[in-house]
Design a binder for this molecule. Structure first.
Ligand SMILES: Cc1cc2nc3c(=O)[nH]c(=O)nc-3n(C[C@H](O)[C@H](O)[C@H](O)COP(=O)(O)OP(=O)(O)OC[C@H]3O[C@@H](n4cnc5c(N)ncnc54)[C@H](O)[C@@H]3O)c2cc1C
Length: 833
């Protein structure tokens, strides 16, 4: 057995095995995989093996799609048949709203090249007469996926890995990790069988690895403890049952008919597939409990929990309704096993927070489906520095240190429970809320705020009616324009025509200072650094030249900077900033970094009357000129006093109107809120939420992180040349230039359906040819129609190009417009007074 390797993968389930395989395939020699028990002895052995392509996330769809294609190649490579039955997948809808959901998400599948078709109940009946189509509105059918044998596919990947030089060691448990500057020393214990139990022996070995990947499945909590980090991956119980043979089904097959597709009855929270003449019924039921919150007990191996039939009774009855012929089939087998979840249902894939060369691949609830693609894209990240798709939505650092075991467990239960709810794009999930609230939360709530969940924070999405019932927001949601839409329109208009106040407290804020700060930030970001008292918009790039983070940088002193970035990404941004600064401190000198996110609240006041509101409360020798262009020009920062509140004000507005961001001490937030509210009253100031702001920024073509900005495109491709200083050297510059312009960000005005706007996930067409996708979407109050931003092939990225957008299963006219179609000269932003 080797004791020095390039990469050590911990965990021999489907995920770890695929990662080892793909690292070897990507060219790394000396890859080793450790498994404490037997390969597949974690969740992998008892999975139902379904491979659903249909997914709401762009990254996850790509991952699943890679898996499905890859699994088809394994037999030829390894000689092992993984039992891939490409039977297709039939997602049935019992309501019109469910059909709307399928139409919205089908367009995401389309952007990733996943084929699909819509079927009417009659078409379903004609193809699969055993299905009772009563109560169905229709279905979405994709024929390229199906199911696979999870153990067989893992063994095939293991064989393929061995053929490529990977050493797989079973019965060896990783027990301690120590980073020694250039490598990890991983202390491992040989595991032995004793009376049916797996126990640690006295025998230990230290393996030296340049890189470590953990894919420890249900053992993620133990892994987290060993690494000294938090991993919100906690399993939930998941059940499926297998019925005896169904004579009607047997006859159907005897008559030479093909196998049924996987039948998903989302409105009945279940999936069904054929299994040896009978059926498998898998269920996402209510009240499935989280398990192993503090770790897997030593006594638990490839075990199952007892079946809880009562919990799945409704779904069982629903199956009988949908496939009446199964009524007489008895119960043959049952599985109730731990299935790992995360609070948002996405796995945690990428660099571990705070650690070097430590990669996580944890928290998989669709791990059989995701294993292939995860291995492929994670290997790209490790070997080449970056994956070809943006993996940010799966990054382990999307949860900060505020995350606790109790939060993860309850949120994971909710996530399981929500697998088959209607996934409105404007969905907000209720569990564990409110948790992170800024002081003004109660005041905002009292004024009708309907909150969104951003990195744990409560942030107003919009302000509903004052007498709104508790379920107002829930009932407002829609795949079209929801009940909240008009409120957001009113708020957006208030900012364009009068004045509005937005809570932006969730913003990520870092102080970067010290003798090395200037040289470091100059290298770390692509725009010129601002002069003292000024601000700049700039981007930190990945070493591959793509966009890692968008920053507003305020220069408070020669070597003293205040960095503002997106609220959802605090730990993600902090980690990169710190690691890069540590790497460069030797070259540039001491750099101090403080995460001050929770110390500073932020209100953004914007609109033509915003200056008048501030003038009424600013304390200054000459209040009349304190906010004038001369004393407080656009893109500058000043320390001002509003009443008794010291405020670091920045003259910038993400809405594209005259405005200021008011960064204030968190503990004075309520004082400032009351002061501004009172001062705003004579000017009709409106409280405004994030949804209106999101629309307004699209009218100005302001890119958003996670939408237009991400690790799959360079700032040049995001078409931001004015924020890139090519005369200086910066991290990722050469790589950005080498990439050229593969696709380009544009803004579009869209003549869409009367009752719907795009969500920012739709496919774009030139005639019949798919040529790009939207990354943002919404409604423009200025133009009175839908608006969106997205990426298209560079040769099409010209003002006036007519394209089509797929919405609600139809193509609608769209036209590329100049950047910042609202007020392109920034006249309203610069207005003096
Ligand atoms: C009833 C049920 C049905 C399911 N159906 C499906 C389905 O149809 N489709 C689908 O995609 N997914 C399904 N899943 C989910 C799927 O089983 C998991 O997502 C997947 O198996 C996770 O794979 P993994 O490799 O991450 O984890 P695991 O398979 O749990 O593997 C982790 C491995 O790591 C080992 N390990 C842990 N710690 C250490 C250590 N310190 N040292 C050495 N080894 C260690 C463990 O022994 C284990 O073998 C289902 C799950 C359940 C419970």
């Amino acid at each position: 057995m080797k004791t020095h390797v390039k990469a050590l993968v911990v965990g021999g389930g489907a995920v770890g095995t695929s990662i080892a395989y793909h690292l070897a395939k990507a060219g790394w020699q000396d890859v080793m995989l450790l498994e404490r028990d037997e390969l597949t002895s974690g969740s992998t052995w008892h999975a139902a093996g379904l491979l659903p392509l249909f997914n709401m996330s762009f990254a996850t769809t790509h991952i699943h799609q890679y898996s499905v294609e890859f699994y088809k190649t394994l037999e030829e490579e390894t000689g092992l048949n993984a039992g891939f039955a490409v039977v297709g997948n039939l997602r049935m809808a019992q309501t019109k709203e469910r059909m709307d959901e399928y139409m919205v998400y089908a367009t995401t599948a389309e952007t990733c090249g996943v084929p699909y078709e819509f079927l009417t109940p009659d078409e379903i009946k004609a193809r699969w007469p055993l299905i009772n189509t009563e109560t169905l509105e229709g279905a979405l059918y994709h024929h390229t996926d199906g199911y696979i044998n999870p153990a067989d596919v893992t063994m095939a990947m293991a064989k393929g890995a061995r053929q490529r030089g990977v050493e797989i060691v079973r019965r060896l448990q990783a027990d301690a990790f120590e980073w020694n500057g250039t490598h990890w020393d991983v202390t491992c214990t040989k595991m032995v069988e004793k009376g049916g139990n797996l126990v640690a022996s006295e025998e230990q070995v230290v393996i030296t690895a340049e890189h470590v990947v953990t894919a420890s499945g249900n053992h993620a909590q133990r892994t987290a403890k060993m690494l000294g980090i938090k991993i919100p991956a906690i399993p939930v119980e998941h059940q499926f049952i297998v019925t005896d043979v169904d004579p009607a089904l047997q006859q159907w097959r005897k008559d030479g008919n093909p196998e049924h597709p996987v039948i998903r009855d989302a409105d009945a929270q279940s999936y069904v597939r054929e299994e040896r003449g009978g059926w498998i019924l898998g269920v996402y039921e209510k009240n499935a409990p989280a398990v192993f919150e503090y770790g897997v007990p030593d006594s638990f191996r490839a075990d199952l929990f007892p079946l809880d039939l009562e919990r799945i009774e409704d779904q069982y009855m629903a199956m009988i309704h949908r496939i009446p012929s199964c009524e007489e089939s008895g119960l043959k087998d049952d599985f109730n096993g731990p299935i790992c979840y995360t609070p948002d249902g996405n796995p945690l894939v990428g660099p571990a927070p705070g650690l070097r060369n430590m990669w996580l691949a944890e928290g998989f609830s669709f791990g059989i489906t995701a294993a292939g693609g995860t291995g492929y894209y994670l290997a790209q990240m490790m070997v080449e520095g970056e994956a070809e798709i943006d993996m940010a939505s799966l990054d382990p650092k999307r949860y900060g240190n505020w995350m606790t075991t109790e939060f993860a467990a309850r949120k994971n239960e909710e996530c399981y429970d929500h697998v088959y709810i209607l996934h409105h794009p404007d969905e907000e999930r209720p569990a564990c809320r409110p948790l992170r609230t800024a002081p003004a939360y109660d005041r905002q709530k009292a004024r009708g705020a309907q909150f969104g969940f951003v990195n744990g924070w409560e942030r107003p999405n919009y302000y509903g009616p004052l007498d709104a019932p508790d379920n107002f927001d829930h009932d407002s949601r829609s795949f079209r324009r929801g009940g909240w839409w008009q409120h957001a329109v009113d708020e957006a208009k208030a900012i364009r025509e009068g004045v509005g106040l937005i809570d932006a407290t969730a913003f990520t804020k870092h102080v970067v200072k010290g003798p090395g700060a200037t040289a470091f930030l100059d290298w770390f970001t692509c725009n010129k650094l601002p002069k003292v008292g000024r601000i700049n918009l700039t981007y930190a790039l990945t070493p591959a030249g793509t966009t890692r983070t968008e920053y507003t940088i305020v220069r408070n002193g020669e070597n003293d900077y205040y960095l503002v970035s997106a609220g959802a990404w605090t730990a993600y941004d902090a980690d990169y900033l710190r690691k890069c600064a540590e790497d460069k401190a030797g070259e540039f000198g001491y750099i101090e970094i403080q995460d001050v996110t929770t110390q500073w609240g932020v209100f953004a006041i914007a609109g033509p009357k915003s200056r008048d509101v501030l003038k009424a409360v600013i304390k200054d020798a000459d209040p009349a000129t304190a906010l004038s262009n001369k004393r407080f020009p656009w893109l500058s920062a000043r320390q001002i006093e509003l009443g008794m509140c010291p405020v670091n004000a920045i003259r910038v507005a993400y809405t594209g109107e005259l405005g200021w961001e008011l960064h204030h001490p968190m503990e004075m937030q309520n004082y400032l809120f009351d002061l501004l509210e009172k001062a705003g009253e004579p000017h009709g100031m409106k409280l405004v939420g994030a949804r209106a702001q999101n629309w307004l920024r699209q009218e100005k073509s302001y890119r958003a992180f996670g939408n237009e900005l991400g690790r799959d495109a360079t700032p040049a491709e995001a078409d931001l040349p004015r924020f890139i200083d090519l005369s200086k050297d910066f991290q990722g510059k050469a790589e950005m230039e080498a990439k050229g312009i593969r696709s380009k960000c544009v803004t579009l005005l869209i003549d869409g359906p009367e009752d719907a706007d795009p969500w920012g996930r739709e496919a774009l067409y030139d005639g019949d040819t798919k040529i790009g996708r939207l990354t943002s979407g919404g409604y423009s109050v200025h133009f009175g129609k839908s608006i969106g931003m997205g990426y298209v092939k560079p040769e099409l990225a010209n003002v006036g190009t007519k394209l089509k957008v797929r919405m609600l299963n139809r193509l609608w006219d769209a036209e590329i417009v100049e950047d910042s179609p609202y007020d392109p000269k920034n006249a309203t932003i610069r207005v003096d007074g």
